[in-house]
Write a protein that binds this ligand. Structure first.
Ligand code: THG
Length: 371
């Protein structure tokens, strides 16, 4: 296979695009109509830098959908099956978004900037269109728009030291997903404790898209003593940690209970929200499929390019969505969406890989990988 993606104006560039090219990015994906760096060419080095050091990720493609105006809180709640009534300004929350049938349509982090201004920091689907249409149809007095806000993630156990050297001691007191508006050398930012890894870290939301290279370089210089390097949302670590990839681990019919997000729903609140009746019904009857971990026997496996069928005695029972060789567990691990009847740990299944069938055992998520 020899092809490459064309770079053109229809797909948008991140404010950090030039900096990532200078840092040696080798592969992009497309995410929220933007180029998203996914590799600098050495997956193992990038993994260990995340586990043991600190790395810098261009995640500007996690776009913000801003809701502002007198009805902003009401609309944010109507869009969210999670209780927002006690959410404070400066607080973030992980909020699965569902449609009226309970299907998962995104899994953003909600940031409450003030009583009448919210950001949904979204995964890869068009929440702007959804939120704008709901607002108009229901007559909410709000504006829904995409602000000039582009996250740059600093991830890994040494991220805290880099952020301390740049901002002082206060970021250390931020609780998970909480944030504060600040600046760095006059560059306006939101600084949050967050990021799509379980290795700890922060995200700097750049609020002036003309200053991406300047911000990247400032963090890079501060990170030098800690051997900072470039990275991307990490394929291996996220499978080990069981972090959901919306669109990667989900299909058009996935509901939040199937992918272990039920704990983020508050179905008994008084406020109405989209999908309330459908989600209550799924909660009552139980999801038909479950997301689980799998251990796969045999030689080290390369990442899959498409979902693979999971079978039991020749019958399909679901699909494997992502597989990787775990550098901590030193065996092949995968995430799969399978029928609830075979989801208990210990079940023996088969996976139909590109190179033929492999034996697999069901296990829980996240994988246990302390080192
Ligand atoms: N950064 C920003 N926005 C984003 C993402 C990001 N929006 C979309 C996508 N990524 C959101 N996905 C997740 C999923 C899980 C977590 C973070 C982003 C996460 N979960 C913790 C866990 O599972 O342990 C804690 C969740 C909790 O209990 O509240 O961190 O990367 N800006």
């Amino acid at each position: 296979m020899t092809f490459s993606l064309a770079i053109g104006p229809r797909v948008r560039k991140s404010p950090f695009f030039d900096a990532t090219v200078a840092a040696g990015v080798t592969h992009f994906s497309i995410y929220n109509h933007m180029y998203m760096p996914v590799s600098y060419g050495d997956a193992e080095a990038e993994y260990w830098r995340l586990i043991r050091g600190v790395c810098l990720w261009d995640v500007a493609c996690e776009r913000q959908v801003e809701i502002v105006g007198p009805d902003a809180a009401a609309l944010a709640q109507y869009l969210s099956p999670r209780d927002l009534s006690r959410c404070e300004p400066g607080q973030g929350k992980y909020v699965p978004l569902c449609d009226h049938t309970g299907r998962l349509i995104n899994d953003p982090i909600l940031l409450k900037l003030s009583q009448d201004r919210f950001w949904f920091s979204i995964a890869d689907s068009d929440v702007l269109l959804w939120a704008r249409a709901i607002a108009a149809e229901r007559g909410y007095d709000v504006e829904v728009r995409e602000p000039d806000a582009s996250p740059l993630a600093v991830q890994g156990p040494k991220a805290e030291a880099v952020i301390r050297d740049l901002f002082g001691d206060w970021p250390r007191t931020l609780k998970y997903f909480w944030f504060r508006e600040t600046e760095l050398d006059g560059i306006p930012l939101v600084l949050a404790r967050s990021g799509w890894s379980k290795q700890g870290g922060f995200e700097l939301y750049l609020l002036d898209g003309t200053r991406g290279t300047q911000l990247w370089n400032l963090v890079w210089e501060a990170g030098r003593p800690y051997d900072i390097g470039p990275g991307t949302p990490n394929y291996i670590e996220r499978v080990e940690s069981g972090l959901l990839s919306y669109g990667g681990d989900t299909d058009a019919d996935t509901n939040p209970f199937e992918v272990n997000l039920g704990k983020y729903l508050d179905l008994d609140i008084e406020a109405d929200f989209i999908g309330k009746a459908a989600l209550r019904e799924i909660a009552r009857s139980g999801p038909k499929r479950r997301q689980v971990g799998l251990f796969l026997d045999g030689a080290r496996m390369a990442p899959n390019k498409h979902p693979w069928e999971v079978t039991l005695k020749g019958q399909s029972v679901g699909k494997l969505t992502v597989v990787t060789y775990s550098l901590k567990l030193e065996r092949n691990i995968a995430i799969a969406l399978i029928e609830s009847g075979v989801c208990e740990p210990g079940h023996e299944l088969e996976v139909q890989t590109m190179d033929g069938p492999r034996r697999a055992q069901v296990t829980g998520l996240p994988f246990r990988c302390r080192v």
